[in-house]
Design a protein around this ligand. Sequence first.
Ligand SMILES: [Zn+2]
Length: 287
Amino acid sequence: MNGRKCDICAGERFSPFETIQYRGMDINYLICDVCGLVFQHPSPSYQEIVFRVNAKRWTHDERRRDYWIDYIRAERMKKMLAQNVPPPRSILDVGCRYGHLMSTLGPGAKTTRVGLEENANLRNIAQKYAVGNQVYPNLGYIKGGFFDLITITHNLELLKKPSVTLYTLRRFTAPDGKLVVETPNFLVHPSLRRDSLYAFTAETLTNMLAVTGWEVIWLKRHGHPDHTKLDLYLTALCRPAERIARRLVLPPGEIKKKRRFGQLKRLFAMTIYGGGTDVDTTGGYMV
Ligand SMILES: [Zn+2]
């Protein structure tokens, strides 16, 4: 399909998955026939993505809600990692938005905190959020260094080539360093919208981490902070793998059916228990 290759398995055979409408335009998602990765096709150019990220205008209330959710997510991630990750001496947050996560996970003047953020407004906020925060548009600005902890939360699905970013991050990880990835679980979360170029299941996320040199220590399905009853999100804690994996976890069959069921379950749970589930994103790291 125009020379496009799957970002996990490099396969070239895809099937139509779902089409959404955005301002009267069709946005198409395909599914890889081999590994089950779902992705937007065609994909916008890098320049177009950066333009969109910076052009977005928010009302005061939208911005306040977004800021609050980012803060809650950072607090919840701190609790989630408390058992497994010692306080890092250096942290790199890829798609750092307001700077909450890196400032929460690595507080104090002795921690090196570096954030990547393409949205100029957010970059400004993140820079000022805590003394010592260093914030750049993308990885190209970082000369080197080995980080104890790298985080990429609610950002992987926005990247044009997530496998390239994950693979590159290996070079910036300390030998005993860790990577934390969080992304919507698209079997339950709505996920498919203009800015989401990929949609992950637990299997496709595990596969993408494996082929880019990461070993998953644990992967959790959960709904925090939006819902306690639904597995809206996937969080994976990883360490550098000894070698790149060659064998993939097989995708579950009938992904379309599973997604339809997950969406019905979500709508049902929202009706019974309430709660919002569709948190939009304003920024991120975009290569
Ligand atoms: Zn594939």
